[in-house]
Design a protein around this ligand. Structure first.
Ligand SMILES: Nc1nc2c(ncn2[C@@H]2O[C@H](COP(=O)(O)OP(=O)(O)OP(=O)(O)O)[C@@H](O)[C@H]2O)c(=O)[nH]1
Ligand SMILES: [Mg+2]
Length: 1137
């Protein structure tokens, strides 16, 4: 076999040589030592020392190293077995290489620094070609001699260059012509992009990888020939020309870096597609355990034990200790394994094609590179007995191809599974199975035996050898109903799940993989080094709050105090009788002291390690950040999910505001993510600005903005607003943006898209679906503050879009009405909304339409923000997204909703204009808004009942339409994309303005005042009318009593008259009271105006009516009594004196 070609860089050669003799697995190479040296140097600098802060490391290119690992492995037989097939394939490889068709051992300079070069290249080993018999589950008879040719297959798919230079997230997420292009695939090379585009938008139709070549599509069926030709009636489209979806998936996994693989696996699991557990190296028996690829998947479910409660389990799936049942095939089998599995795992109301099978589009095309692929999916219960197929969670693995050809995979499954279900047709094949020594697991035999009953003696013999009982045989006879057969299969699986003690996490399966010399995708030095760095930091975390206090102290109390001092500096609210200048200088002095205090603190160990790790070469750094995110999410998940549930419950009832406030604080305290580390970095940097320019500490830290700008370029989100302190570290953010500008200049034009809306209404999910990014969604942690993320625009598309990048800003959910009653939040919501709207070219307002009050509340905040923005001479485009509206909902209903919304917007605009003394007549005076194109109705996210529900295709399609509408018009309309410098200055101007008293955004208060004034005026009208009526009545009654003489009434008659008048008064008062109460009821039942803002006052007004009535009653009685007394006195005087 060829030895690897010589490399030019020594370190890589060392690395390569290391692997020539080492077995696959975590390696310690020369490079590793370099990294460690690097780290140690950083740490050696003493307490205030930070690591060499450079983003462009001089060191070697990690991607190169991995490529060499691959080449190194060429001399190291991959895996334990060497079969005849293997030999053939090697010969073949050599031949093909000689032809020079494709150079997979390209020189280092071509190899780039893609993160996944390492993992995937290792997994592919060296054998790019070879021949192997293909025995497709059901359709492969004719294809058994197909020659696997990865090289030409990848070429067909247009992926050949990515075999070595892996696809990165930047590659697949960048905006280009294809982003909004609805052209169907025309050739094989379109397929991977179509698949990826759909998958990134979690579209369950992604696996439909059919393409219409011109020759197929030319037939328009309108042939002039009048003669009937029935020949083509029976022509079945040639499935050989088509590409099996599994091949596309395998090819993409082979050609993607670790981050793309993770993203693909995550989105596939959301679509309820299985994900690769063992990725084949295509022409050898070697494969890779895709542990890293699955690390991002977090699942929620409710096992039987929790079914009574509202509780659920939330776990990172690779860490879940679950039983696994595996399904494999031996020889030929007429029963489709994958289709059977789909039926097994699907509820009758919710059938879903989990595994690709031959009856799906292109599922019958021969598999060229995906034999040996082992997929995994999970059945997770929802806690409802009537829906759940299995009451406990279970992992289900499915091996593609014949176990005879994939012994390693089979051995792995036998060791990792609680049971292995072997599908087979010919019982004779069993003799081959019995020879294999992999039976630590329970084996079940599944097959279609047709009409014949198998030879009993033979069956006896085999079952004895395999240690099976009758229960382990699941044969389907011709006459058996399919549903019944599935039921029996389910019962068998159920029994396995409930009885087995064999439960294992995928992380633990890595040990089995190592034993079997199966590669594990994280076992390469860059990933392991990054892991060690992350481990070192996170191992110290016992309690998140304590950790933050000890290790991230600058963002704690000091930063909060600084925030309030800065605020006071601008607003001078507590000025009193003090001199302004004196007050200002006092405040400045206090700020200085606090900054000095920050500077006096030594760098914590965690921060030292964090910055050191960020200074690693790009691959390690990116892996490090991912490891950190994973660990930190795991640390805070349990605590947070409990608190979030409680918070949501309390927020809805909103009884005790103090309690809600406390829970909010606890949520803040328990949350710990990488953003807290970056925040600390920001504080370190801000504080260092208070040191003399030449101070060594200041000098050391001055590279941090560059480091963060680089991370932004790598696609990591950057925190603009610190949601915990409700503040922006302006200097830090400005400097990062300046650095970013410097890196990208002159191509620095950005288009800013923002999302706003109530808490937990799927804002982050919407952005993630739309752009394929990964903002935190609340099953992990909810968004705090505001984060920005950079998406590249493809070079050729820049002129079309008139920008170089799209910046997307995800924001913390605005509190709903109840939450907004916490004053601090209301002010903060307004600030946040104003800021992000002010920064954006396009604002997406996310509305959950079921709740009109909540919607109005949000709209007011947003509108107010828009009005402020108008003051800074900007008119952002506004789009409303109505979530959870079924696509099937009548068009009319949506039109009504649009009309209603526009009416509401105009009404609110006019009210705002009144309160702020502005001249605005309609909403479009403030915002760029077209009611016909500015509304999107998006159906619910899930199709069915989670956790087994896939994403609703309607959701994905609607989000795609929204995305197109954002990008398409840019071709013709100038949305005013602006430069990063302008973005930076805009941020500063806005934030300074927001901090000022004159922009104190107590808009809701002023609206409330308007609304209350309206109510009070109305009420006073009713009340005064009533009082005047009563007073008039009293005067009339008094006259009646005093006129008793002319009426010649006796004493008793006078008393009688007063009594009658009192009675009439009571009736009159009750009538009057009821009338006002009725008026109030009518007033509060109005849906328009600003009535919803004052509903809280209703009780007060009702009380006032009652009190007024009581007062009037008293008045009536007193005045009548007085009138009677006077009358009687006169009567006495006249008659007796
Ligand atoms: N049923 C349903 N769930 C959804 C929908 N959209 C999002 N979710 C889920 O709701 C939860 C919250 O989604 P996020 O995207 O984090 O919401 P958010 O608005 O960004 O939340 P905050 O940042 O905390 O304000 C997640 O678990 C989503 O999976 C939807 O349309 N229907
Ligand atoms: Mg969010």
């Amino acid at each position: 076999m060829d030895s690897p070609p010589p490399t030019t860089e020594q370190s890589s050669t060392d690395c390569c040589q290391g692997h020539q003799t080492d077995p696959p697995g975590p390696q310690s190479s020369t490079d590793d030592t370099n990294i460690q040296q690097n780290t140690t140097n950083g740490n050696d600098k003493g307490q205030r020392d930070s690591p060499p802060p450079t983003t462009e490391q001089k060191g070697r290119n990690a991607g190169n190293c991995s490529a060499d690992i691959c080449q190194g492995d060429q001399t190291d037989p991959p895996g334990p077995q060497s079969s005849t097939d293997d030999t053939n394939s090697q010969q073949n490889t050599t031949n093909e290489r000689d032809k020079g068709q494709m150079d997979f051992s390209s020189s280092k300079t071509e190899q780039g620094s893609n993160a996944g070069d390492c993992a995937a290249n290792r997994c592919q080993g060296d054998q790019m070609k070879g021949s192997q018999s293909l025995t497709d589950d059901t359709n492969s008879q004719e294809n058994t001699t197909n020659e696997i040719n990865l090289e030409s297959f990848l070429k067909d798919l247009g992926l050949e260059q990515h075999y070595r230079k892996k696809l990165s997230l930047q590659n697949i997420l960048q905006i280009d012509k294809k982003t909004i292009d609805d052209e169907p695939a025309k050739c094989k090379s379109h397929l991977p992009w179509h698949f990826l585009k759909k998958l990134m938008m979690v579209n369950v139709t992604a696996r439909n990888v059919k393409y219409d070549s011109d020759k197929n599509s030319n037939d328009d069926g309108m042939s002039e020939n009048t003669e009937l030709d029935f020949n083509d009636l029976f022509d079945v489209a040639n499935s050989e020309d088509m590409v099996n979806p599994l091949d596309v998936i395998t090819a993409l996994f082979l050609c993607s870096d670790g981050f793309v693989q993770q993203q693909m696996a995550l989105k596939m699991s959301m679509c309820q597609f299985p994900v690769p557990l063992l990725l084949p190296s295509c022409d050898s028996q070697q494969c890779t355990l895709m542990l890293w690829a699955m690390r991002d998947i977090v699942k929620q479910y409710r096992p039987e034990a929790l079914s009574e409660s509202k509780d659920f389990t939330e776990e990172r799936i690779v860490l879940s200790n679950l039983p696994m049942v595996s399904f494999v095939r031996l020889g030929e089998c007429s029963l489709s394994k994958s289709e059977t599995l789909n039926k097994l795992l699907s509820n009758s109301q919710q059938y879903h094609n989990i595994f690709v099978h031959h009856n799906m589009e292109c599922g019958d095309s021969p598999r060229r590179i995906s034999n040996g692929l082992t997929e995994i999916t999970w059945y997770l219960p929802c806690g409802n007995k009537n829906i759940d197929i299995f009451s406990q969670p279970v992992a289900v693995a499915n091996l593609r191809g014949d176990i005879e050809s994939f012994e390693t995979q089979y051995a792995f499954l036998c060791q990792a599974s609680a049971a292995v279900f072997v599908f087979l047709d010919k019982l004779d094949d069993l003799s081959r199975l019995s020879k294999k020594q992999h039976h630590q697991t329970q084996i079940f035999l599944v097959g279609n035996i047709g009409d014949k009953f198998p030879d009993v003696t033979f069956l006896n013999q085999v079952t004895k050898t395999l240690g099976l009982t009758k229960n382990n045989l699941l044969f389907k006879k011709n006459q058996e109903n399919y549903a019944n057969f599935i039921k029996r299969l389910r019962e068998a699986v159920s029994k396995v799940i409930s009885k087995t003690e064999r439960k294992m996490s995928i992380e633990q399966m890595a040990n089995i993989a190592h034993e079997l010399r199966i590669w594990v995708d994280e076992d390469f030095p860059e990933c392991q080094t990054a892991k060690q760095h992350a481990d070192a930091i996170t191992a110290e975390i016992q309690d998140t709050l304590t950790f933050k206090e000890e290790q991230l102290p600058l963002q704690g109390q000091i930063w909060k105090e600084l925030t309030s001092l800065e605020k006071e500096e601008f607003r001078l609210q507590k000025l009193g009788s003090e001199n302004i200048e004196k007050r200002k200088s006092d405040l400045k002095e206090k700020i200085d002291t606090l900054r000095q205090n920050q500077n006096s603190k030594d760098f914590s160990n965690a921060m030292k390690s964090f910055i050191t790790a960020l200074s690693l070469p790009q691959i390690e750094r990116n892996y490090f950040l991912k490891w950190m995110q994973i660990y930190l999410d795991d640390v805070s998940r349990i605590k947070l999910s409990e608190l979030r549930d409680l918070y949501e419950e309390k927020r809805k009832s909103s009884e005790n505001k103090e309690e809600i406030k406390q829970l909010d604080q606890q949520l803040t305290n328990s949350s710990l993510g990488t953003e807290h580390f970056f925040r600390e970095m920001g504080q370190m940097y801000e504080a260092s600005r208070f040191l003399p320019e030449t101070d060594p500490s200041r000098q050391q830290l001055k590279y941090l903005p560059e480091l963060c700008a680089q991370l932004l370029m790598d696609g990591f989100p950057f925190e603009l607003v610190d949601g915990d302190a409700s503040n922006i570290p302006l200097q830090w953010v400005s400097d990062v943006l300046s650095q970013l500008n410097e890196i990208v200049s002159p191509k620095n034009k950005i288009l800013v898209v923002t999302v706003l809306g109530v808490q937990s209404t799927g804002k982050s999910t919407l952005l993630n679906t739309m752009f394929g990014v990964q903002f935190a969604v609340s099953c992990g942690r909810c968004t705090r503050g505001a984060f920005m993320l950079l998406i590249k625009v493809h070079e050729e598309f820049k002129t079309v879009l008139n920008c170089d990048f799209i910046v997307i800003i995800d924001t913390e959910g605005l509190k709903s009405l109840e939450g907004a009653q916490l004053n601090k939040n209301r002010d903060y919501d307004n600030k946040l909304a104003t800021l992000v709207v002010g920064m954006s070219n396009i604002t997406i307002t996310n509305l959950a339409t079921e709740n009109l009050t909540e919607m109005k509340d949000i709209l007011q905040i947003v509108l107010h923000a828009f009005l402020r923005v108008r003051e800074i001479d900007k008119k952002p485009k506004c789009i409303f997204v109505h979530q959870n509206v079924s696509s099937a909902a009548a068009h009319e209903k949506n039109t009504q909703a649009q009309d209603h919304l526009l009416k509401l917007l105009n009404e609110l605009t006019q009210t705002i204009a009144q309160t702020d003394q502005k001249e605005c007549k309609s909403f479009s005076d403030i915002m760029e808004y077209n009611p016909n194109t500015g509304n999107f109705f998006i159906p619910g996210l899930w199709n069915g009942n989670p956790p087994m529900a896939p994403v609703n295709v309607g959701y994905s399609e609607a989000v795609y339409e929204l995305k197109k509408s954002l990008i398409q018009p840019m071709e013709n309309v100038d949305f005013g994309a602006y430069s990063i410098c302008k973005f930076q200055s805009c941020l500063k101007i806005l934030w300074d303005a927001i901090k000022h008293e004159n922009l104190l955004l107590s808009f809701r208060d002023s609206l409330e005042t308007v609304a209350h004034n309206r109510l009070r005026t109305e009420f006073e009208d009713w009340d005064n009318k009533f009082i005047n009526e009563v007073k008039q009545w009293i005067t009339d009654a008094e006259t009646k009593i005093s006129n008793r003489k002319s009426n010649n009434l006796t004493k008793s008659e006078t008393k009688k008259l007063v009594k009658a008048l009192k009675k009439t008064a009571t009736i009159m008062l009750s009538d009057g009271e009821r009338k006002i109460l009725d008026n109030l009821t009518q007033y509060f039942s109005q849906t328009e105006g600003l009535v919803h803002l004052v509903t809280g006052y209703r009780e007060n007004y009702e009380k006032k009516v009652k009190k007024d009535r009581q007062g009037l009653e008293k008045l009536v009685n007193t005045r009548l009594q007085m009138a009677e007394d006077i009358a009687l006195k006169r009567y006495y005087r006249q008659n007796y004196v």
